[in-house]
Ligand binder design. Sequence first.
Ligand SMILES: Cc1cc2nc3c(=O)[nH]c(=O)nc-3n(C[C@H](O)[C@H](O)[C@H](O)COP(=O)(O)OP(=O)(O)OC[C@H]3O[C@@H](n4cnc5c(N)ncnc54)[C@H](O)[C@@H]3O)c2cc1C
Length: 379
Amino acid sequence: MFNGFYEELHEEFREVVREFVTREVAPNYQEWDAAHMMPRSLWEAAAENGLLGLAVPEEHGGMDLSDYRFRMIIDEELARADCLAAGLAFHLHDDWVLPAVLQFGTEEQKEAWLPRFMDASLITSVAFTEPGAGSDLRGIRTKAVKNDDGSWTLNGQKTFIGNGISGDAALVLARTGDSYSLFLVEKRDNPGYQPGRQLDKMGLKASDTAELFFSDVNIPAGNLIGEEGRGLEYAKAVLPQGRLALSAAAVVVTDTVLTSTLQYVKDREAFGQPIAGFQHTRFQLAEIAAQLEAAQRMLAAAVEQHNDGGLDQITAAKLKLHTSEFTKQAVDTCLQLHGGYGYILEYPVAQAFLAVRLMTIFGGTSEVLKETIAKDLLS
Ligand SMILES: Cc1cc2nc3c(=O)[nH]c(=O)nc-3n(C[C@H](O)[C@H](O)[C@H](O)COP(=O)(O)OP(=O)(O)OC[C@H]3O[C@@H](n4cnc5c(N)ncnc54)[C@H](O)[C@@H]3O)c2cc1C
């Protein structure tokens, strides 16, 4: 990010994160990438360093680091070490599930879950998408039926669930009668909660993404989030932070890829000169740098709005549309500047190319975001 965005406290936090990434993540990342899975010990190490559940308030034993710049530092340091999948795994836990509990959970739920959020004994997933419904969540079929004792019985199937195999619990959107409700469903003591196939993604392989099956899963009454029937509303309410997180990751990846590409074009020679000497190369890099700064400023304004009490849906939609589409194009351009090496997976630009392809899809596709923005414009 640009000078002045972070303050001293953030830079102190960065030292902790950088040390954690250097010691715990980077040396093992290739192994996890090959295994398509990160071990629980990574989460435990993150917990020991105070990197999970940043926004948990002090009264629940947290650090109350709700200033979003702290979360961004984790993304930045993981991106700099080319460990993007770890960023995605933490992001689902901290930017989707945690805000839902903080905003809509009862005091009892917070007391029960938040310490476990922070100590890595409750690794969480977001389970909204189903084989038949992604953009249009009204089409979901997973169903929770209320029992006489107030508990619920859950049946259905989800797909594309990050941390789906490694996680302990999922934030599940389910039909309850004619409406929808949100539950935190724990895997333990629930044999009907079964992760399915590990999905073979094109990028971000170190984070597990899976199908989830629910067969007569018992959900205690106390695991309903907020009020029955308001699940879609709650799911929508957590979108801005999720989209902010994706946008922050997009900006960080572009920054990292631009930096490594600048070095590459200075080092690589063709026709008797560094490829940085060609006007075409220079103009492309200049365009990316200018657009990157615009994206950073847009992101900074959104972070400020988030920190001041809430990012609105339209700003978040515009931000994610702009940053994810820009990143997709910028990383593609940088890959092209690497020539054949850009196509080889040991080059971070190739990994980044595969990773950022997700960004215009997950958390609301670009087309759906355009619909949201246009609806607001024309209302
Ligand atoms: C790697 C990965 C990780 C993911 N992680 C999670 C996760 O952890 N939890 C989770 O719940 N989900 C997750 N998802 C799911 C993701 O959020 C969905 O894939 C996304 O919302 C799109 O839904 P869909 O795949 O069903 O596509 P569809 O909704 O079927 O869309 C297909 C196409 O139609 C277009 N389209 C749809 N509606 C409209 C419209 N109104 N106007 C114009 N075009 C439209 C879309 O833009 C898209 O181009 C993940 C997906 C991937 C690939």
